[in-house]
Design a protein around this ligand. Structure first.
Ligand SMILES: Cc1ncc(COP(=O)(O)O)c(C=O)c1O
Length: 375
C-alpha cells in the first residue's frame, strides 16, 4: 500500500532500517557525532548560507510542540494569520498561553496577501510577533514567503514565526534572506521520516529576545532545546532511532541520491533545489490530471502548494473514491477541518517519485471510471 496522505507520508525501507540500529547513549561521543552529521544538511534545508548566525536544532516532539515552544518569550501581543486548521490551532495555543492574540482571518482555502498583513500590523499593532503557516496542509494553500518578507522589513520589532511543517524539504525556505525569526517542521511530512521529531531554526534576533524573557516551560523551551543541541547535550533523552533516520535522510537528499537519474549529479544546495523542482512538477502533473477530469483545485493558482494538492470533490462521494483507490493499493486523504467533506487531498511530498505519481493518477482514473459505471 502506498501512503499518499499529507503526512505521515511513505517512509523508505532504508530509513526504517536506520530506526532499528542498536541503541547508543544520548551523552555518548556517538550521539555527538550523530548531531554533527545532521546539522550541515539541516542548515541547507533552511536555506542558511555560509557564516549565517541563525541556529538549527532538533526536538523530540511533534510539530504542535514547537508551535507552543516558539511563542515562549516572544512578547505579549501576537498577530496570527488564520487560513486553515493548523493556523487556527497556533492561534488557540497563543490564547491558552495567555498572549494577547489578534487574528487576521481568511476563508479556508485562501492566503492572506502581503498588503493585508501589512495593514493588520500597522492598524492593529503594535505587535511583538506574527505567526504564519506557510503551507496549510489542511487546504493545500501556500503563502509565498517573499511578499510577506518585504512587509516584515517595515515592522522590525515584530518577530516572524513560520510553520514550515509541510513546506520544508518540498519547497525552498530562505530563512535569512526572508528575515524569518523562527521556523519549524515535523519530520513526517516532506522529510519522509516517521513522526516524532521536529526540526527548527531560530534567528539571533529571536534568541536575543527570548533569552531575556521569562519562558514558563522546561520541555517546550526552544532556547533550552537549542542550547542543548549546540552543546550536544539534549535537555532530555531524545528519540535516538529517529536521529539515525534523520541523519541518513538528510545525507541522502544532499548527495542527490533521491533525485531522478538525470539529476543525480547535483550535490548540496543544488540537490535540495532539484528536490523542490521534483515537487513542483508533481504539483503541476496533479493539476493537469484534475483539469482533465473537470475537477478544480481549492487554492488559487498562485497559492497552490507543491507538496499537497487539495481538490474539490466532483460528482462522486470522496469516501467511495478513497475506498476504490485502497483496492488499487493507494491511500489518499479526504479533506480536513472545514473542507473535510467537500475535498480530497494528495500528499505528493517526501520521497514519492514522479513515476509513482503517474501510477497513482492512473489508478485514480480507474477508480473514477469504476464509480461512474456503478452510478
Ligand atoms: C501545517 C501543519 N502544522 C502543524 C501540524 C501539526 O503537526 P503534528 O501533528 O506533528 O503536531 C501539522 C500536521 O499535520 C501541519 O500540517
Amino acid at each position: 500500500m502506498k501512503l499518499w496522505i499529507p503526512g505521515p507520508t511513505q517512509v523508505r525501507p532504508e530509513i526504517l532500517a536506520e530506526c532499528a540500529r542498536p541503541m547508543i547513549g544520548h551523552r555518548s561521543d556517538a550521539m555527538a557525532k550523530l548531531h554533527d552529521r545532521i546539522d550541515p544538511h539541516l542548515r541547507l534545508a533552511f536555506g542558511l548560507g555560509e557564516g549565517s548566525r541563525s541556529q538549527v536544532a532538533v526536538h523530540t516532539c511533534s510539530a504542535t510542540g514547537l508551535m507552543e515552544a516558539s511563542l515562549h518569550g516572544v512578547g505579549r501581543r501576537v498577530l496570527c494569520v488564520v487560513n486553515g486548521s493548523f493556523s487556527k490551532r497556533w492561534a488557540e495555543i497563543a490564547q491558552i498561553l495567555g498572549l494577547e492574540v489578534v487574528v487576521l482571518k481568511k476563508a479556508f482555502g485562501e492566503a492572506a496577501s502581503p498588503a493585508e498583513i501589512d495593514a493588520a500590523l500597522s492598524d492593529r499593532g503594535p505587535f511583538d510577533a506574527l505567526t504564519l503557516v506557510s503551507n496549510e496542509t489542511s487546504t493545500g494553500v501556500r503563502t509565498p514567503l517573499a511578499g510577506v518578507a518585504s512587509v516584515l522589513r517595515r515592522h522590525s520589532q515584530v518577530l516572524w514565526l513560520v510553520d514550515v511543517v509541510s513546506y520544508l524539504a518540498g519547497m525552498p525556505v530562505d530563512f535569512d534572506t526572508h528575515g524569518i525569526d523562527f521556523a519549524f517542521a515535523g519530520t513526517q511530512k516532506a522529510l519522509a521520516l516517521p513522526p516524532g521529531l521536529t526540526v527548527f531554526c531560530a534567528s539571533e534576533k529571536y534568541l536575543e529576545r527570548a533569552r531575556r524573557a521569562k519562558r514558563p516551560s522546561y520541555y517546550l523551551d526552544a532556547v533550552r532545546t537549542l542550547d542543548g543541541h549546540v552543546e550536544r547535550k539534549t535537555p532530555a533523552t531524545p528519540c535516538i532511532p529517529l536521529y539515525f533516520a534523520l541523519a541518513k535522510q538528510l545525507e541522502d537528499i544532499s548527495s542527490g541520491a533521491l533525485l531522478p537519474a538525470a539529476e543525480q549529479s547535483a550535490r548540496g544546495a543544488a540537490a535540495w533545489s532539484a528536490r523542490y523542482g521534483v515537487h513542483q512538477r508533481m504539483q503541476q502533473a496533479t493539476e493537469r490530471w484534475a483539469a482533465r477530469h473537470g475537477l478544480s483545485m481549492i487554492p488559487a493558482p498562485e497559492h497552490r502548494s507543491w507538496t499537497v494538492a487539495c481538490i474539490k470533490q466532483g460528482a462522486f462521494e470522496v469516501s467511495r473514491l478513497l475506498a476504490e483507490l485502497k483496492q488499487r493499493g493507494h491511500t489518499i486523504s479526504n479533506g480536513y477541518g472545514d473542507l473535510k467533506d467537500v475535498s480530497f487531498r494528495i500528499g505528493h511530498m517526501g520521497d514519492h517519485t514522479e513515476a509513482e505519481l503517474t501510477e497513482l493518477l492512473a489508478a485514480t482514473d480507474e477508480a473514477l471510471a469504476a464509480l461512474a459505471v456503478r452510478a
